[in-house]
Design a protein around this ligand. Sequence first.
Ligand SMILES: NC(=O)c1ccc[n+]([C@@H]2O[C@H](COP(=O)([O-])OP(=O)(O)OC[C@H]3O[C@@H](n4cnc5c(N)ncnc54)[C@H](O)[C@@H]3O)[C@@H](O)[C@H]2O)c1
Length: 353
Amino acid sequence: MNSLNPVAFVDQDFTELKTLLENYHDKKQVILVDTNTKKYCLTLLLEHVPELNHAEIFQVAAEENSKSMEICFDLWKRLTDNNFNRNDLLINLGGGMISDLGGFVAATYKRGMDYINIPTSLLAQVDASIGGKTGVNFHHFKNLIGSIYLPKSVFIFNDFLTTLPKRQILSGFGEVIKSGLIADKELWKEIKQLDEISIGQLTDIVKDACQIKLDIVKSDLHEKSIRKTLNFGHTIGHAIETYSMSNHPSPCFHGEAIAMGMICESYISWKTNKITQEDHQEIEGFIVKHYAKIDFDLNDFSSLLETMKKDKKNISNEYNFSLLDEIGLACFDVKVEEELIKESLVHLHNINF
Ligand SMILES: NC(=O)c1ccc[n+]([C@@H]2O[C@H](COP(=O)([O-])OP(=O)(O)OC[C@H]3O[C@@H](n4cnc5c(N)ncnc54)[C@H](O)[C@@H]3O)[C@@H](O)[C@H]2O)c1
């Protein structure tokens, strides 16, 4: 297995990345992009890092559907056709779709080739690119096929965010909120003071959120214990995301669904006497102020609950949650009654955003 390297915060001169590339000067390199990151990020990267000018470029469509076995077959074939070896380097330049897809291709090609992540979306910078979870979707299930395979390193360059649409910034910020709530009360205090969520204010916050994720995955890579706390907001959020994919003409983004999930799961944390009502109201108030509501039909409880039961994080036929013990401290493997889950969904449904 690769070793877990700390996140390198790369500044304008890309020093950390250039240093790593010295180890690959006599190796082949390939940059995996989607149509958007080719358009908005590749030129910037090559301008700063001309060492990569000779790298192959593999491009896939900028859509979640690119996380598929068919695209993997294509990428494995292209690696083979270009005589790539396991010591050559795959560079994932993109959001979480690219790091999940490219990470999985790297994990499986010749039983594991070297790869690095250069995340270009906020969600990928604070979450998806860190921790080695890689995978593709299969038979309508998200991330069903995958592995945990660590990148050699992750390089974060904030300037990429300047071309990221505002809604994608908000989506990524959902995971930043989660980081504060589960692990860092001070970070949450900073977050809740923000009047608007814009990239200008994000540099330090992104750094803190990355460090939280890195610390957690370092101590529990295989999600046996504390890594489960990263799932706060995700049990219900993922069900809402799945619902939205089937029922909304323009489905919500991952982090937007997680924001809704955090309203419900902080409600459950309050109702099970973990956090106070004021804490819950503060969390809810911030999310309501910054996010749009993702609506669902109250008659569709059963499909939402069914998705929660099928959650691959469940090991038995129960609803297993990560909740907040207090702000900045999360707990995991908490069984929650179906009635309380429904109550939290009704609560969300009745909020005026
Ligand atoms: N592995 C993990 O731990 C983990 C964690 C969370 C999410 N994920 C996965 O990550 C994916 C979601 O990540 P995402 O939100 O980054 O989605 P994404 O990769 O689809 O990126 C969102 C959109 O932004 C575009 N984009 C990316 N960077 C850009 C930039 N700098 N300028 C302009 N456009 C840019 C992309 O082309 C895409 O259209 C999902 O597949 C999810 O399952 C993985």
